[in-house]
Design a protein around this ligand. Structure first.
Ligand SMILES: Cc1cc2nc3c(=O)[nH]c(=O)nc-3n(C[C@H](O)[C@H](O)[C@H](O)COP(=O)(O)OP(=O)(O)OC[C@H]3O[C@@H](n4cnc5c(N)ncnc54)[C@H](O)[C@@H]3O)c2cc1C
Length: 607
């Protein structure tokens, strides 16, 4: 029976393990995970005692009902159905309960970053959402504040709506471009190459998006999702950003895994048929033995084992460090592979779980959203390199999830927050519980948990195509696979873990010529067709384009056809004028709405 070593048990590794072990036992799968306590995907999560946070317990444990607990996922691991089709299929396949998660955003500026002083947040945007089955648009509150931020809020919402329509239009054009060029390979290469080099910033500038919208709204929101700096966000390939905007955050309801165990249950189900778990055991080195032609895995306990296949389910930089340690009896690893792995760029970030709103949440509680983004005054319109920080990663916004909003089971409990990239000092450890505000639930520690996340650059699509050519191996790396959120030409999220994991497993199974009998490959059947090795970007854009023409988008398609036609008749100057008119019209409408809203609230408040 072929022996497979999977290095890492994040979702990428777990999906690969499941795909190779579910329904059959043709492979002996060993999973190495350097975290001791749990699966990599669940390693930072923790339990909350619901009775304690409901306040229904007493200070004495005597006579207490058996504990009702819920596991809080760290990080939050939310998703949107349209952007995560494979993740949704996986959860359905595993029979996982999914629950809607609140998805509202507030944006604030931290005006005083002096650690000695009380931090003060100036909230310039907060919204509820218009939620229809197919639409989830921001609907800002101007109710308690008409003032300096009203105009900027109007510009941001107006441009957000324009970008929402624009992104869908762009996605639809992918189909057209791809079908136009599908018979002409040289033309197609040129089209793809130009798409690769256009950054989000270039796209936004080319289409005259308002700088205020770009710098104070779009970049902070995307940066908090990608956990990177504002500057890096605007350097991501426009194709990846627009695809995400078209089928992700702009119009979609957010979802989460429900149930007591959170993503822990997903991990249990995915990992149940693994032949051998090596928890708390890191892999130090992987090499192909010159004589036996087998893959050797050396672990942190000094043990060496031989395998037929090795799947790297770590981040690219971690895989690089493991692969570059080659002993003398190793066959050479292709330089191109090591160069490719080394070239992916990573940004560190951290997640802090705490109960302290001051400095993390808007000062006025009416502004609290489920996600609360804070940028520093320094980050505003300046390069990350210039930011003077005492906490947090330079240029990276801080984003605090209000867990009580995200998880309905916590709704009645004391406030619980999860802050990504805390830019102010962490709150002091929990103090003695008080009866008025129940606090007896375990927050694991006051020190933040660290993560490293890939930063998307204009070079990322080229690197992905390059890495894809090494999947399954060249002569000296036969049997080597790479999976994980980064092995995917979209925003590095859970969807990429599923797609890359199933694809790698599919390649292993196909090698054995048994693919057709494997249920697992069916999860992605429509999507993986047409994925020619080394052409990951092309596969992705074509697939997305195909989905864009599906029935859900038919109304948009009709509108876009009309828009396409009208715009083709107009010279550029008129198009720019139309954009300015739209911005002005939206500004006027928004001010009218704000005045109307405030007037209503004054009248309503009168006895
Ligand atoms: C703050 C934050 C918030 C996020 N929020 C969301 C969200 O809401 N929705 C979403 O879809 N995505 C979110 N993401 C992204 C998503 O969580 C990650 O992209 C995804 O979990 C990555 O999974 P992976 O399997 O690719 O890699 P990882 O989860 O990084 O797994 C790699 C595993 O390999 C192990 N490992 C590394 N080196 C070794 C070694 N030498 N030996 C053995 N084991 C090793 C690690 O311990 C780890 O468990 C978020 C990410 C961050 C950082």
């Amino acid at each position: 029976m072929p022996r497979v070593a999977i290095v890492g048990s994040g979702l990428g590794g777990l999906v690969t393990a499941h795909a190779l072990t579910n329904d059959h036992n043709d492979y002996e799968v060993h999973v190495y995970e350097k975290h001791r306590a749990s699966y990599g995907m669940d390693a930072s999560s923790f339990w909350v005692d619901l009775e304690a946070i409901d306040g229904s317990d007493t200070d004495s444990d005597q006579g207490r009902q058996p504990s009702r607990r819920v596991r809080v996922d760290v990080p939050v691991r939310g998703f949107f159905r349209d952007y995560y089709p494979s993740l949704v299929k996986l959860y359905e396949h595993l029979d996982i309960t999914l629950v809607p998660a609140s998805h509202t955003i507030s944006l604030s500026i931290l005006s005083d970053n002096d650690p000695q002083k009380q931090p003060s947040l100036d909230t310039y945007f907060s919204h509820s959402s218009i939620q229809l089955p197919w639409l989830n648009m921001p609907f800002p509150y101007p109710r308690h504040r008409i003032g300096k931020w009203t105009t900027s809020a109007a510009i941001c919402v107006g441009e957000w709506v324009r970008l929402g329509v624009h992104a869908r239009w762009w996605l639809r054009q992918q189909t057209r471009n791809n079908s136009d060029t599908s018979n002409d390979s040289s033309n197609k290469t040129t089209t793809m190459a130009s798409k690769r080099t256009e950054t989000l910033q270039m796209f936004l500038d080319r289409h005259h998006y308002h700088p205020l919208f770009i710098n104070t709204f779009l970049a902070p929101v995307l940066a908090s999702i990608c956990t990177c700096s504002l500057e890096a966000t605007l350097q991501m390939p426009s194709s990846i950003a627009l695809d995400f905007l078209a089928r992700g955050i702009m119009t979609q309801q957010a979802w989460k895994v429900g149930g007591e165990k959170g993503v822990g249950l997903v991990c249990d189900k995915l990992g149940q048929h693994v032949s051998r778990w090596r928890r708390g055991v890191g892999v130090v080195s992987v090499w192909k033995h010159k004589q036996t032609d087998q893959w050797m895995v050396r672990d942190s306990e000094g043990k060496e084992e031989a395998f037929d296949i090795v799947v790297f389910a770590t981040q690219a930089n971690q895989a690089y460090h493991i692969l570059r340690n080659q002993p003398s009896n190793a066959q050479p690893i292709p330089d191109g592979l090591l160069d490719t792995l080394r070239s992916f760029t990573y940004a560190p970030t951290s997640v802090l779980t705490h109960r302290q709103p001051n400095g993390f949440m808007p000062t006025d509680k009416r502004d609290w959203g489920s996600i609360n983004v804070v940028i520093r005054e320094n980050d505003h319109l300046v390069s990350a390199k210039k930011a003077q920080d005492s906490f947090g990663e330079p240029g990276q916004p801080m984003a605090t999830c209000w867990m009580n909003e995200m998880m309905s089971v916590l709704a009645k409990g004391a406030d619980l927050f999860q802050t990504v990239n805390p830019i102010i000092p962490p709150p002091s450890p929990p103090t003695t519980p008080s009866k008025s505000k129940p606090s007896r639930f375990t927050v694991p520690s006051t020190s933040p948990v660290s993560f490293a996340r890939i930063t998307l650059t204009p070079d990322t699509p080229r690197l992905l195509n390059q890495l894809d050519r090494y999947q399954g191996g060249t002569r000296h790396s036969q049997g080597l696979y790479f999976v994980g959120s980064y092995v995917y030409p979209g925003v590095p999220l859970l969807e990429g873990c599923v797609v890359s994991g199933v694809r790698a497993a599919g390649m292993v199974l196909q090698d054995k010529q048994k693919a057709t009998s494997r249920k697992v490959v069916e999860w992605l059947e429509p999507d993986v067709t047409g994925w020619k090795q080394g052409h990951i970007m092309e596969w992705y854009l074509q697939g997305r384009g195909r989905q864009a023409t599906s029935s859900r988008f038919s109304l948009f398609s009709l509108l876009f056809d009309i828009l396409d036609y009208l715009l083709s008749l107009l010279p550029d100057e008129i198009v720019i004028l139309a954009i300015r008119l739209w911005q002005t019209l939206f500004l006027v409408l928004y001010w009218l709405w704000a005045i109307f809203h405030v007037a209503c609230s004054i009248i309503y408040r009168r006895p």
